[in-house]
Ligand binder design. Structure first.
Ligand code: GAP
Length: 453
């Protein structure tokens, strides 16, 4: 992971947040290549789960919702982490993380705080920083970020940054139903920033205070919940595989009842084996009618659905596939990181699928020669209107290949002296390093085809 983060920083994928001022824990900025990668992942998700389906529509709700929404949804009371403090150095840690790191094989997330306190004291667990086992009792700490609308800091102005996108979807259920004329089963999809007051130090963008999230609520007749749960579980697996993630590093894990979020009747995580262990990548939850029912009761508005064919009237249930986009970017970076020795020299490359690669092709003149430079620029201008590519003439060919390998560019196009004679170029493929000679006028079609494959 250290090597991957070092590369991500060196090549402009990720930068630690506020580094100029000594940093701000659990914040990261995405550099140029990080943004491109994240946008490609987001677009692949949008294309697959919204644009290519007839039963899904999009929504972009506000980050600020009425505080009544978070009270009705149960987040103000129940969206908590269990924390413990060291009495000496005052380090605050997540109690479940402390216990699970120190006692192998145990799963305690969601256990009552009294039970966690008992385990910590019984096993004399100690502060990871100071080493003392003088720890406070475990206490609950709400994850919602609180702020104030306007300039007066009083209870009436309290607002929360959204902790999930789902609530924006639930409160717009009726709007979507009427304007888009949707019929159950159907889904509402949303992507954007979510915010959580996390105190555990994350592994780069794995766990941050603000992160990119993509999720949808799939509204169903409760009779069919198991069928649709299985269907979305299968779809999530297939999507992870289609992104190119290594099957051996993927598994499903069902939550124990005590681990489940307060709104869920069944939760399964799709886990990825990061270098720091098996961790949740995405989640799938059966939220029942918990949210719509609560919003109906608290708002006093009718959120029933009537089946026009059968006349059956009910509050829809939901299956919720939730995809952390920032976390997904880290999984893709980790999974793609490759080291190789070629002719006694080490080579590092990122083996992204071409469709996800930040830069699709790089164009170089073989040497610093004005004629090669001019032709390379001409070819670059033509290609860049079709696909995202870079021009480089900053070093020798080996250095230029190395840089593109490290940002995962699948194709490097070199303009050499033969190009001046017969209007052809060489295309080098990143993983195999095989080179092919292509006629310049066929280059765009060739690249477009290979990127889509
Ligand atoms: N609406 C359901 C929901 O928010 P969740 O399991 O709490 O479910 C969904 O979060 C996904 O968001 C997770 O599977 C993970 O990928 C990502 N995620 C959660 N907390 C995160 C954080 N602090 N930093 C980065 N990603 C996070």
């Amino acid at each position: 992971m250290e090597k991957i983060i070092a590369l991500a920083k060196r090549r402009g994928f990720l930068f630690p947040g506020s580094e100029l001022y000594g940093g701000l824990a659990n914040t990261w900025d995405f550099g140029h290549y990080g943004v491109l990668l994240k946008n490609n992942l987001r677009d692949s998700w949008w294309q697959r789960f919204v644009l290519s389906r007839e039963d899904m529509v999009g929504l972009d709700s506000s980050i600020f919702l009425s505080p009544k929404v978070w009270q009705a949804s149960g987040h103000v009371q129940g969206f908590n982490d269990a924390l413990v403090d060291c009495k000496h150095c005052h380090l605050r840690t997540r109690a479940d993380h402390l216990i699970e790191t120190m006692i192998k094989g145990i799963k305690v997330e969601g256990l009552p705080v009294e039970k966690m306190t008992e385990i910590i004291h019984k096993h004399r667990l100690s502060c990871p920083n100071f080493g003392s086992s003088e720890l406070t009792d475990v206490r609950k700490f709400n994850l919602l970020f609180e702020t104030h609308i306007g300039i007066v800091e009083e209870d009436k102005s309290t607002a929360y940054l959204r902790g999930e996108l789902a609530q924006g979807i639930f409160i717009n259920f009726k709007n979507v139903l009427t304007t888009n004329r949707m019929r159950i089963p159907f889904g509402i999809a949303s992507q954007g920033k979510a915010f959580r007051n996390e105190i555990t130090l994350g592994q780069s963008v794995f766990r941050t205070l603000e992160f990119d999230l993509m999720e949808f609520e799939y509204f169903i007749d409760p009779e069919n919940w198991q069928k649709f749960f299985n269907y979305w579980q299968e779809q999530m697996w297939q999507y992870a595989r289609d992104l190119g993630l290594n099957e051996k590093k993927l598994r499903f894990r069902e939550h124990e009842p005590h681990e489940r979020s307060f709104y869920s009747k069944k939760t399964i995580d799709l886990e990825y084996r990061f270098d720091f262990g098996w961790k949740e990548l995405w989640g799938l939850a059966y939220r029942t009618d918990y949210d719509l029912r609560n919003h109906m009761e608290k708002s006093g508005k009718d959120l029933h659905y009537t089946d026009q064919k059968t006349g059956k009237k009910y509050i829809p249930h939901v299956i919720e596939p939730s995809f952390g986009l920032s976390r997904m970017s880290l999984a893709i970076l980790s999974d793609s990181y490759q080291e190789q020795t070629v002719n006694g020299k080490s080579r590092v490359y990122l083996s992204f699928k071409p469709i996800l690669a930040p830069v699709k092709a790089a164009i170089f003149p073989l040497q610093r020669d004005e004629r090669l430079h001019q032709l390379a620029k001409k070819i670059f201008s033509k290609i860049k209107t079709e696909i995202y590519c870079e021009f480089d003439d900053s070093g020798n060919i080996g250095q230029m290949y190395r840089r593109q390998d490290e940002i995962g560019t699948p194709f490097c196009v070199t303009i050499d002296y033969e190009s001046l004679e017969n209007e052809s170029v060489t295309v080098r493929e990143r993983n195999s390093m095989k080179q092919e000679r292509i006629k310049s006028h066929k280059l765009v079609d060739y690249l477009v085809k290979r990127i889509r494959n």
